[in-house]
Design a protein around this ligand. Structure first.
Ligand SMILES: C[S@@+](CC[C@H](N)C(=O)[O-])C[C@H]1O[C@@H](n2cnc3c(N)ncnc32)[C@H](O)[C@@H]1O
Length: 219
C-alpha cells in the first residue's frame, strides 16, 4: 500500500490543476478512517465546470460546513477551492482530521478547521447559515437518521445548499434506511438529483448519487 507509515496509508487524490491531495487513512479504526467512494465522487464533482463562472469557483470566500467528514477529503477539496471550511465529526476522528489538514495546508486557498459535532447535538460552535453543507456517505444506520436530519435543519439557513452524496446499497437494512431518510427529509427540504453526466467524468458511478438539497420555504 502506498505511503504506509505507522498505521496510516495514504490515498492520493488528484486534482484537475495543481498538486494532489494526500489523505491519510488508518489501517485500524471505525468507518470514518477511510476515504469512501461517495467522498471521492463529491470531492471531484466540486471541481467540475458547473462550479465556475468567469474563472472563479462558486466556493471562493464562502462558508462551508461538512458533516461526518471522516478523513476530511471533501472539506479539504472545498478549502483548496477557496472556501472557509469547518470539517466536523465525532471526537475520535479529530486527530485524523487535524493530521490531514496539516498535511495539505500548503494547498488551501480559503481556510479549514476541525470541530467536534455529534449529530443531534448543539451546532452553536459552528458558523451559522453556511453557504454550503457537505455530506458524504452519512446515511447508513438507522439510529442516526433523525439526529442527522435535526442537525441539517438547525444548520441550514434559507439560502444554504446541502450537497449530499451517498452510495445506494442493496444489502441488509440499507434500502430501508435510505427510504426512511428521504421520507423524513422531504417534509422540510427540496431535493434535486444531479444527473450522472454532470458528475466528474472519471469519478462517477451508477450507484453513487449527488443531491442538491435546500430548505423548503413555508409561506
Ligand atoms: C461512512 S463514514 C463517511 C466518512 C466520509 N464522509 C467519507 O465519505 O469518506 C461516516 C462518517 O460519519 C461519522 N458519524 C457517524 N455517526 C455520527 C454521529 N452520530 N455524529 C457525527 N458523525 C457521525 C463517522 O464517524 C464517519 O466519519
Amino acid at each position: 500500500m502506498e505511503g504506509a507509515e505507522s498505521g496510516y496509508f495514504v490515498r492520493a487524490v488528484e486534482r484537475h490543476s495543481g498538486a494532489e491531495l494526500r489523505i491519510k487513512q488508518c489501517s485500524a479504526g471505525d468507518v470514518g478512517c477511510v476515504v469512501w467512494d461517495a467522498a471521492l465522487v463529491l470531492a471531484k464533482y466540486l471541481e467540475t465546470s458547473a462550479f465556475y463562472r468567469d474563472g472563479l469557483h462558486a466556493f471562493t470566500g464562502k462558508t462551508v460546513v461538512e458533516l461526518g467528514s471522516g478523513t476530511g477529503v471533501v472539506g479539504l477539496m472545498a478549502s483548496v477551492l477557496g472556501a472557509h471550511v469547518t470539517v466536523t465529526d465525532l471526537e475520535e476522528l479529530q486527530d485524523l482530521l487535524n493530521i490531514n489538514i496539516n498535511d495539505n495546508k500548503h494547498l488551501v486557498t480559503g481556510s479549514i478547521q476541525a470541530k467536534v459535532l455529534k449529530w443531534g447535538e448543539s451546532v452553536k460552535d459552528l458558523p451559522p447559515d453556511p453557504d454550503y453543507i457537505l455530506v458524504a456517505d452519512c446515511i447508513y444506520y438507522e439510529q442516526s437518521l433523525e439526529p442527522l436530519l435535526r442537525t441539517m435543519k438547525e444548520l441550514t439557513g434559507n439560502s444554504s445548499c446541502i450537497l449530499c452524496c451517498y452510495e445506494e446499497r442493496t444489502i441488509g437494512n440499507n434500502p430501508k434506511i435510505e427510504i426512511s431518510f428521504f421520507e423524513l427529509l422531504q417534509s422540510d427540504f427540496e431535493i434535486e438529483e444531479i444527473p450522472l453526466d454532470r458528475h466528474d467524468e472519471e469519478y462517477r458511478s451508477e450507484d453513487i448519487h449527488i443531491l442538491h438539497i435546500k430548505r423548503k420555504r413555508h409561506h
